[in-house]
Design a binder for this molecule. Structure first.
Ligand code: PLP
Length: 227
């Protein structure tokens, strides 16, 4: 199979698994958006996915996304790019200029930088608050105990267009309590978007109410080890 054919077949298989997970959860498949995570994969991979009807993509590094996506927008007006990786404040302006959704708002300094960048760029991508549901020391995301106050501050004090929440549960253990926690937190704040679930656990995330699943490996194959 060619690379493009393989990506197209993988996408079809993932869409079928999403539909089946929705069916089991008594949810409509339209409630779940597939974010195809193309980080580390070449523009050719994105083109193959676009040809197979995929329009929503995720990248975790702004600089890498800048090399792949702007040139594709003219030919693909429906393309939507999500930034899903940790953001340094000095990348805020580039992220605001490039992204349709920024999924990783996780601290007051970054919220302030993104708000300032929006004013300068005249562009307001949707924002998600990333929650460190496992309270893991090495992981980005706002800690559980601070999440309520931070969501309110991001929205009300910084004026960000916060539409939802995002999490990456700990690698070990059952992700479902983390997914349930995020869903309930979003509901408490009247936030419609719940971004959770990756290649290994997206069906469980859909069962717990995910509206967006972020899938890389199962579509594009394994990422090369970092140099
Ligand atoms: C890489 C990445 C994904 C995709 O993970 P896979 O296991 O390859 O599906 C999802 N979310 C975030 C934040 C990522 O960095």
């Amino acid at each position: 199979m060619s690379y493009a054919t393989e990506i197209s077949a993988n996408l079809a298989a993932i869409r079928a698994r999403i539909a089946e997970a929705c069916r089991r959860a008594n949810r409509a498949p339209e409630e779940v958006t597939l974010v195809a995570v193309s980080k580390t994969h070449p523009q050719e991979a994105v083109l193959a996915a676009l040809a197979a009807g995929q329009t929503v993509f995720g990248e975790n590094r702004v600089q890498e996304a800048e090399g792949k996506f702007p040139a594709l927008r003219a030919a693909h007006p429906g393309l939507r790019l999500h930034i899903i990786g940790g953001l340094q404040t000095n990348k805020a302006r580039d992220a605001v200029a490039l992204a349709d959704v920024i999924e990783t708002i996780d601290r007051p300094k970054l919220a302030a930088a993104i708000a300032a960048a929006m004013a300068k760029e005249g562009r307001r991508p949707d924002c998600l608050v990333q929650v460190n549901t496992g309270d893991e020391a090495q992981k980005s995301g706002i800690p559980r105990a601070e999440a309520d106050a931070f969501i309110r501050a991001a929205r009300d004090d910084h004026g960000l267009p916060v539409t939802g929440l995002m999490c990456i549960p700990p690698v070990e253990g059952d992700p479902r309590p983390h997914f349930a926690f995020l869903r309930d937190l979003a509901a408490r704040h009247d936030l419609p978007v719940v971004s959770m679930g990756m290649s290994g656990d997206f069906e469980a995330a859909i069962a717990e109410g995910a509206t967006h699943v972020r899938i890389g490996t199962a579509i594009f194959g394994h990422r090369p080890a970092p140099a």
